[in-house]
Design a protein around this ligand. Sequence first.
Ligand SMILES: [Zn+2]
Length: 197
Amino acid sequence: MDSEKLRETIVGTLKRREAQKIDFHCGSRAVNRSILNQVVDRLNNGKLFTDPDPSALSTPSAEAQYSPRKRTLFFKSEDYGSVSSAEQGTIVHESVHAGFHVIGHGEKFLRIDNEPSAYLAEAFFLVNCGWRFEEISNRPMHLQLAFTIALNMRSQKRSSVSRDDLKLLRNGIARLELGYDTETRFGTDKDYQGIPK
Ligand SMILES: [Zn+2]
């Protein structure tokens, strides 16, 4: 069931300065405010939907996922992202998937860059919100890696992910990409012990 409250939270999050500042290249993909604004427009025009339905998520520990088939952003509750910037980061993440889907995947896009782009967008959002590394030390490993890369890119004033960092992100995340048509975010990833050097 489409939720107006959730739609307002998502639109409000994507319109935040911390989201609108996001602007980077990750391999074959570019992520910037125009992608996020495409999502905002389609949410407002009834071409993308929201659904606070935990039973629609693919596992009990999942918080959110975007379904291309249903053109729907699913979240675990109606007040998701209304307070927490961590949850708003997840909204940014899923919105990148939705944005890539609605603008279409041209020939130059590589599927392997979809997930790294979403994690990096989430990381840049948190960096722009003033998060420090200590605050994400208990978050999923791919987010920690993306956060470190985002901090380095910012301090070096680079807008493109380096070849080595892209390889790390692609390899780390490729294991998650096993061919499902929806994408799931998990609350924790207990296996991760540190940032690979
Ligand atoms: Zn994702």
